[in-house]
Design a protein around this ligand. Structure first.
Ligand code: Z5A
Length: 212
């Protein structure tokens, strides 16, 4: 596989969308991607056609019809299976580059550390779903749970965002452990936008400029 797969992870509001939009502008001009290859911007949940419907089902803030935590895990896994089969795998096989807003690390952090579903079960499911697809680079944008809530104060919360500070603290703790365990790149995301974008660009240049 000649394409590259880059993932941004972190708790809600850490700035993934903002930084992915910056990367999407910068990467095609960076000289890192071969001229006959394209860059795909995607996300989880919701990166595939079917995934968009799954996203609505999972994030819909209808308290009366909330899925059980096991259903929630399986819905995120179904979204990822479809995303990999229909979007990620074909793109990588054709040498294209992908930047994804979240991937399997989010399931470990939110459903594992947040919902407290067995990490062992989540890892087994991940092995089935991911078909050996692993990101070439995962960047963890680290902010505090308090800052996350502050940044989202004017936004209508989706179902997961409504879980509150204690849940977010457990997820954040999980992300830190997962990042260390898997050698993710960690960036302090409380800095200003430009400084974070510069750090991300440097990481990509260091990692990918020698083995295009
Ligand atoms: N989820 C899960 O439970 N399990 C899974 O397996 C997966 C996901 C894949 C998906 O939401 C939800 O699903 C998510 C995890 C769960 N739950 N929550 N909550 P999503 O990914 O669509 O949305 P989100 O992750 O909640 O994040 P977001 O609101 O889209 O935030 P973001 O993309 O990380 O940040 P942003 O939109 O770029 O920035 C947020 C605000 O901060 C915005 O006003 C910016 O202008 C501002 N901002 C950004 N950067 C900065 C800096 N550097 N300084 C100051 N302000 C900034």
């Amino acid at each position: 596989m000649k394409g590259k797969f880059i993932v941004l992870e972190g708790i809600d509001g850490c700035g993934k969308t903002t930084q992915i939009n910056e990367l999407y502008k910068w990467l095609p001009k960076s000289g890192l991607i071969n001229k006959n290859r394209t860059l795909i911007k995607t996300r989880e949940p919701g990166g595939s056609f079917l995934g968009k419907e799954i996203r609505d089902m999972i994030l819909n803030n209808n308290k009366l019809n909330s899925p059980s935590i096991l259903t929630e895990l399986l819905l995120y896994s179904a979204d990822r299976a479809e995303h990999i089969s229909k979007v990620i795998l074909p793109a990588l096989q054709n040498g294209h580059w992908i930047i994804s807003d979240r991937f399997s690390g989010s399931t470990l952090a939110y459903q594992g550390y947040g919902r407290e579903i067995s990490i062992d079960i989540i890892k087994k499911l991940e092995n089935i779903v991911c078909q050996n697809i692993k990101p070439d680079l995962t960047i963890f944008l680290e902010i505090s749970p308090e800052e996350s809530i502050l940044r989202r104060k004017n936004k209508v919360a989706d179902r997961i965002e409504s879980e509150g500070l204690d849940f977010l603290k457990k997820v954040n703790h999980g992300f830190k452990l997962i990042a260390l365990e898997n050698n993710w790149e960690i960036i302090k995301a409380s800095e200003d936008l430009t400084s974070i974008a510069d750090q991300i660009q440097k990481l990509l240049i260091n990692k990918f400029s020698l083995n295009k």
